[in-house]
Design a binder for this molecule. Structure first.
Ligand SMILES: [Zn+2]
Ligand SMILES: [Zn+2]
Length: 354
């Protein structure tokens, strides 16, 4: 339509073209209408080709996606069937896995709540959960006493090469139970530092962090003897087995070195007695600041002067720096970025499978 329109417009200005235009077909008329339009029509035919091509491509893609969806649709019921058979074959292991993982998650919650309670912890509850955790660990190991699950705890490889799913179960069981046992240790720490205020509260956080880093190091070592025995399978030739075992031990070494460094850093933090994000405030400074802690809204207890010149109780501010690195009032960065603290009583919930 644009072509027709411009053609009509041009006709009076260029009468010499008139006869040609009248006699020509519509296609040649486009050519006569000037270079610009000709190029445009050529470009549009090229575009049309490209458009057609991309349409074809996208329809091919759509076809591929449909095919893949149909394939998944067919394979899904079969894999569900396999899963049901797998669960039936390993029924006990399956339920034990769910049970101990659920207990671990719940215990982590309880422990964090008890740590957050500080001075209001009840001795009876602390002793009660300590006994419960211990009974759980002893009970599970007693149930599996004939399965050789205790060997890896002493870094001894299992006597015979275990099948793959047994390896996974063994590692998962030990990894969970070791964490549960460490929670008993943390409960004992909470009992020991029951009414800890000021420096004692900080010490409790440092001890909890140290226990957690020691646990992380031990857990990194725990799967090694099991995988060592699994990879050292001479069935596929001794060269292949020594190669895979060597590679595994190399991977392991790098991660263990990292864990050792974190543990040493946590140990060093323990020997550091002074508050590392400020100093104790003098009486004049406290009076000048109004002798009221902005966190607990009470009279200052063991007031600490931060680098940004704000003053808070030592307990309040150490609890704050468990999670934050900035001043609660002015948001200035006060605490240097260092080791992650586990002073809130939490335990890492990631499984260490290899
Ligand atoms: Zn306070
Ligand atoms: Zn501040």
């Amino acid at each position: 339509m644009i072509l027709e329109y411009s053609g009509i417009l041009r006709r009076p200005n260029h009468p010499e073209h008139e006869s040609l235009i009248d006699g020509a077909s519509s296609d040649s008329r486009i050519i006569r209408l000037g270079g610009r339009l000709m190029l445009r029509s050529l470009a549009s035919s090229e575009e049309r080709k490209q458009c057609w091509r991309s349409n074809r491509d996208s329809s091919y893609q759509r076809y591929d996606i449909q095919q893949a969806a149909r394939w998944i649709e067919q394979i899904l019921p079969f894999s569900l069937l396999l899963l049901v058979v797998f669960i039936r074959q390993h029924l006990q292991g399956f339920f034990v896995t769910i049970w101990i993982a659920a207990v671990l998650f719940k215990s982590n919650d309880i422990l964090r709540k008890q740590t957050a309670l500080k001075g209001e912890r009840k001795m009876s509850i602390l002793v009660g959960i300590t006994i419960l955790f211990t009974l759980h660990v002893v009970g599970v190991y007693w149930w599996y006493r004939n399965e050789g699950v205790l060997y890896p705890l002493a870094m001894l490889p299992p006597k015979e090469i275990p099948p793959f799913w047994h390896v996974i179960f063994l590692i998962m069981l030990n990894d969970t139970m070791v964490r549960q046992a460490a929670m008993v240790l943390k409960c004992l720490l909470l009992i020991y530092y029951k009414n800890g205020r000021g420096p004692n509260y900080r010490r409790q956080g440092q001890m909890l962090t140290l226990v957690e880093y020691l646990l992380l190091l031990y857990r990194a070592l725990l799967p090694t003897p099991v995988w060592y025995r699994f990879f050292l399978n001479k069935e596929y030739g001794s060269l292949f087995s020594s190669l895979t075992t060597g590679l595994y031990l190399t991977f392991k070494l790098t991660s263990v070195v990292e864990k050792v460094q974190s543990f040493i850093a946590a140990l060093k933090a323990l020997s550091r007695k002074e508050v590392h994000y400020g100093c104790y405030a003098t009486t004049e400074q406290v009076v000048a600041a109004g002798d009221m802690c902005a966190i607990c809204q009470e009279k200052m207890h063991a007031p600490i002067l931060l680098r940004c010149k704000h003053i808070f109780c030592e307990d309040c501010v150490s609890e704050w720096f468990e999670r934050e690195r900035t001043c609660p009032l002015c948001r200035a960065t006060v605490k240097p970025a260092d080791l992650r603290s586990f002073g809130d009583g939490s335990t890492s919930l990631f499984f260490q499978l290899f």
